[in-house]
Design a binder for this molecule. Structure first.
Ligand code: GLC
Length: 538
């Protein structure tokens, strides 16, 4: 059994980011208001009523800063402005004002590790070895016999080093060659980038999601990374050929994160979330010494693990066990970098997955479109946008399929745009859209709204204790409780009927199969295939 709650709020109770549900908006694909086929900030303002109606507590907006879009905004040329394709700072201010008016918090993306190669800092840095900004990036001489300074690999394929012929040195890029890494060992870089953080907090952001936080500091000696003994040539992502011992997850990074936390905390109840793809044991270190790290490192286990009840049961138990004292958990089913849950597990299980996401202990993050069950959209080769797919085609790494336009209505353009959408619409958008699902009591959207509503009304589900329940086969079960209220969540992760012995009685308050709602259970819980239920224990 876990602690009732680890109050992070100003009054010692749970903070908004503990009680609440976060919704991720990928701004290119959410709502276009000017007909260019690309979503914009005015579109987010327009759709705040949807988010409010759905019942989310915060919106995290992926990057909207000026960018040549080599990595669709994760390559920034100005950290303190809005790209024209998305609108202007006036639109951002309206998001904050209008979201806050609806009780919705705003989280922005913060990208500390790298800039665009077109950032003015990098133009200066590459101008000469003696430029005052040279040391704002990571430069090294070629290896003694020529070639890259070490064996580090780029996340998007090939070496992490790019030769800059005019100055004869290599610069480091953990991601694209168009995304040179900043040198955070230079105090001027840290000072400037912490000021960027202050800039958005001053502007009204309620928190930040920190991009690629574990790679911000690298080994100061630039030692080669060791080979990964488990790597399967031709099978695995080539980035995994080496263990990233010296290029990521360095112990030094934690002191830096403490300084980020200090900035965020000086603004009161704001949140610092870290993007960390790593073993769950390693992830825990990011809560920091005495809880002075990120408020939570994103927990991607539900994205990475096989969809199997025993595997997930073990993973949830282990995660709960590993959490340091006072650390707040969180769960994620999808984001702009990973294939959609509906495609990974199928439409019926996606409903079960939603029930899991909103009933586990910790903050859930919902990816736009998952509330209507959007699936990955196949993108023909001539419409590929994602640089990862362009660099390593045909391996299923590309991220366009999970970034396609939000499906609002059955109209041409799906209510997303009056123009030609930047990525193709799903071919089923006329049936699968917000307008149709709002009025359908059996829809994915109705299920999401009911889950969020129940979570809001029942502190047991939002911030209560969690305890595992022993189950077998395809059934995953656990208890949530708070005060006198107790809920049993029983999820059938398989397509065949299954049952769970249950020493008590209760009422099914919510089911992924609506006609079973309201039923009384005693002794045994019988689940249909693909059914998940929330039972209020009498
Ligand atoms: C993060 C982002 C991803 C981006 C990368 C480089 O992993 O989520 O979309 O490509 O960082 O910034």
């Amino acid at each position: 059994m876990t602690e009732a709650l680890e109050g992070g709020g100003a009054d010692g109770g749970p903070a908004w980011w503990q009680r609440g549900v976060i919704y991720q908006v990928y701004p290119r694909s959410f709502q276009d208001t000017d007909g260019d086929g690309v979503g914009d900030l005015a579109g987010i303002v327009q759709r705040l009523d949807h988010l409010h109606w759905l019942g989310v507590d915060a919106v995290w907006i992926s990057p909207f800063y000026p960018s040549p879009m080599d990595d669709f905004g994760y390559d920034v040329t100005n950290h303190r402005a809005v790209d024209r394709v998305y609108g202007s700072m006036v639109d951002f201010d309206r998001i904050v004002e209008q979201a806050h008016a609806r009780g919705i918090r705003v989280i922005v993306d913060y990208i500390p590790n790298h800039t665009s190669h077109r950032h003015p800092w990098f133009s200066e840095a590459r101008a000469s070895r003696h430029n005052r900004r040279r040391d704002w990036y990571v430069w090294r001489d070629p290896a003694p016999g020529g070639g890259p300074p070490n064996n580090w690999l780029s996340a998007f394929g090939g070496s992490a080093w790019e030769l800059d012929p005019p100055t004869g040195q290599y610069y480091l890029h953990t991601f694209l060659r168009e995304q040179p890494d900043l040198n955070w060992r230079n105090p001027a870089v840290e000072q400037e980038m912490l000021d960027v953080l202050r800039f958005w907090l001053d502007r009204g952001a309620d928190g930040v999601r920190v991009d690629a936080i574990q790679v911000v500091l690298k080994d100061e000696h630039f030692r080669d990374n060791p080979p990964n003994p488990d790597y399967g040539e031709g099978v695995d992502d080539p980035y995994d050929a080496l263990l990233r011992e010296h290029s990521a997850d360095r112990p030094e990074v934690h002191a830096l994160i403490e300084r980020m936390r200090h900035v965020v905390e000086s603004y009161g109840e704001r949140v610092l979330i870290g993007e960390i793809y790593n073993e769950v044991e390693r992830m825990m270190a990011y809560y920091g010494r005495d809880g002075r790290g990120v408020h939570f490192p994103y927990n991607f286990q539900l994205i990475k693990l096989p969809w199997d009840a025993r595997t997930l049961d073990a993973a949830v138990r282990r995660y709960e066990e590993l959490l340091p004292p006072g650390a707040w958990p969180n769960w994620v089913l999808g984001n702009h970098d990973r294939h959609r849950i509906a495609s990974r597990v199928g439409a019926a299980q996606a409903r079960v997955a939603a029930m899991l996401l909103f009933t586990l202990r910790g903050t859930p993050t919902l990816y736009y479109g998952d509330e209507i069950g959007m699936h990955d959209v196949p993108v023909p080769p001539d419409r590929v946008q994602d640089p990862w797919e362009k660099n390593l085609p045909g391996r299923g790494l590309g991220r366009d399929p999970e970034r396609t336009p939000m499906q609002w209505t059955a109209e041409p353009g799906a209510g997303f745009t009056s123009g030609e959408p930047w990525l193709p619409l799903a071919d089923d958008f006329r049936a699968v859209n917000v307008a149709a699902q709002r009025v359908d009591p059996g829809s994915m959207l109705t299920l999401h709204r009911a889950l969020l509503d129940l979570r809001r009304r029942e502190p047991a589900l939002a911030v209560g204790q969690w305890a595992p329940v022993d189950a077998a086969g395809d059934v995953l079960a656990y208890l949530r409780s708070h005060g006198g209220a107790r809920f049993l969540v029983a999820l059938n992760l398989g397509g065949d009927p299954a049952s769970l012995a249950f020493d008590g009685a209760g009422e099914v308050v919510l089911s992924t199969i609506p006609e079973t709602e309201g039923g009384q259970v005693e002794g045994t819980i019988d689940l249909r295939g693909d059914e998940g239920v929330i039972i209020r224990i009498a």
